[in-house]
Write a protein of this length. Structure first.
Length: 75
């Protein structure tokens, strides 16, 4: 395993893709803060089981809060 380019906790077993590939696809039409928040939410949720567990879920929750806060301000 190449620890620079292919971390084990970013591989989606059985799918032949990496977390980054999903993030790139989901965020391709997003811009700025929304793209960053959605990308980080996906990253933390998808790696949590293999890396930091609850800590990663809390990080995802934090970014979700940023995203929701921005949406509330626009309403």
């Amino acid at each position: 395993m190449d620890n620079i380019k292919k971390h084990n906790h970013y591989q989606l077993e059985g799918l032949g893709i990496e977390v980054k590939d999903i993030i790139f696809e989901v965020t391709k039409d997003l811009v700025g803060k929304e793209a960053v928040c959605v990308g980080n939410i996906l990253k933390y949720v998808m790696r949590a089981k293999k890396k930091n567990g609850l800590e990663d879920y809390k990080k995802a929750y934090e970014y979700l809060g940023y995203l929701i806060g921005d949406q509330d301000e626009k309403s």
